[in-house]
Design a protein around this ligand. Structure first.
Ligand SMILES: Cc1ncc(COP(=O)(O)O)c(C=O)c1O
Length: 400
């Protein structure tokens, strides 16, 4: 008898974590490695948020809390949705979990039955398909290539919907591409959904605040009020407030689904960390002006990386609207051999050879469902990014 569950055979470990680990191992061996795999800002959590956490400890707020969040945090989340998204929610429509990851997982566990389909535009965040599989559903990926700006067209959405479709998972700005849907593009998708009342929308707005230039963030329930009753709007403090380690994510949506998510959380992890919840109250209620500065830094790095990579032989790098990733294509390099003798027959082979020959860690596109590409996280110093681009250009120039 196998010691492990059959469910586990359906899923794979997170490849982004695998790359970060591999780069860390090489570093530990003394190799000069530049890691461009991490999905977290390199900024420190702002001081006012840290102070709120320290105050919470000193005030003894260190005990179990309500399963899906303290009232103060739920209210701060309602206020945030009103302020930023013009969405009205009451605390009973809000669920707080241990990171956006748990919130998304709870929602899928709470709603999917065997055979239920979940539409996932590709490139996608690595965890979506595996979470759907763990919850017993069927991921239906829709390939949205570089030629369409990595964005799904209304036609593709309409074609992917069947009687079994339960959810569309929507993510803008996107991990891994940084592509963001304009209001018109999103409205065209919500127009399709209006005609399919059995389809719910899980909008992952994790990168809402990290956006550049004239890009205007929007979210499905705001763009199409008709979808309000079947949309779960997910967000969190990890990316916008540099709080990845604090583990606080949240969602707002129909009470029935929020209640079911609470039930699951009550039998798995119970409440998210009490101290982190108080820190998140301060993050959402406190000053937001630092975001402008952070976005300016990210935008400068984005431009540096886009220019640096477009200068590499065989690399085409689109300009993203938000997040801190670029997702260049290496279609022209496929079939070549690297200077070190590696056959570049896939983006995985490209990433492996780049790490071995030049010490640059990136995540290969197959992990995100669209190849041949790779993802660069530019949440690191300008100096590291410049050196990484130089090495990538040298690596590509050596391919023939
Ligand atoms: C698109 C997207 N959604 C959700 C998450 C989960 O974030 P967390 O669990 O840290 O809140 C991430 C983290 O990488 C992400 O990139």
């Amino acid at each position: 008898m196998d010691q492990l569950s059959a469910t586990l055979t359906r899923v794979k470990p997170s490849p982004t974590i695998a790359v970060t680990t591999m780069a860390a191992e090489l570093k530990a061996q003394g190799r000069d490695v530049i890691g461009l795999g991490a999905g977290e800002p390199d900024f420190d959590t702002p001081d006012n948020i840290k102070a709120a956490a320290k105050a919470a400890i000193d005030a003894g707020k260190t005990k179990y809390t309500a399963v899906d969040g303290i009232p103060e945090l739920k209210q701060a989340i309602c206020d945030k949705f009103k302020r930023d998204n013009n969405l009205t929610y009451t605390p009973s429509q809000v669920s707080v979990g241990t990171g956006g990851k748990q919130v998304l997982y709870n929602a899928l566990m709470a709603t999917l039955n065997p055979g239920d389909e979940v539409i996932i535009p590709a490139p996608y965040w690595v965890s979506y398909p595996d979470m759907v599989l763990l919850a017993g559903g069927t991921p239906v990926t829709v390939e949205c290539g570089i030629e369409q700006g990595f964005k799904m067209s209304p036609r593709q959405l309409d074609d992917a919907i069947t009687d079994k479709t339960k959810w569309l998972i929507f993510n803008s700005p996107s991990n891994p591409t940084g592509a963001g849907y304009s209001r018109e593009e999103l409205k065209a998708l919500t127009d399709v959904l209006v005609h399919h009342p059995h389809v719910m929308v899980m909008s992952d707005d994790m990168y809402e605040h990290l956006r550049f230039g004239s890009f205007e963030f929007c979210t499905p329930a705001e763009v199409e009020p008709e979808l309000y009753d079947r949309t779960l709007t997910v967000n969190g403090v990890s990316k916008a407030y540099a709080m990845t380690g604090w583990r606080i994510g949240y969602a707002a949506g129909p009470e029935k689904i929020i209640g079911a998510m609470r039930k699951i959380q009550s039998q798995s992890t119970s409440n998210p960390c009490s101290i982190s919840q108080w820190a998140a109250v301060e993050a959402l209620n406190g000053p937001q002006d630092f975001l402008k500065e952070w976005c300016a830094v990210f935008e400068r790095r984005r431009d540096l990386v886009v220019e640096g990579l477009n200068g590499a032989k065989g690399v085409t790098c689109p300009v993203p609207d938000g997040a801190f990733y670029v997702y260049p294509s290496i279609a022209e390099l496929i079939g070549m051999v690297s200077a070190g003798g590696a056959a570049i027959d896939s983006d995985e082979a490209f990433a492996k050879a780049l790490l071995e020959e030049e010490g640059v860690a990136v995540v290969f596109g197959a992990a995100f469902g669209v190849s041949p590409c790779f993802r660069v996280s530019y949440a690191t110093s300008d100096a590291a990014l410049e050196e990484a681009c130089t090495r990538i250009r040298r690596f590509c120039a050596g391919c023939s």
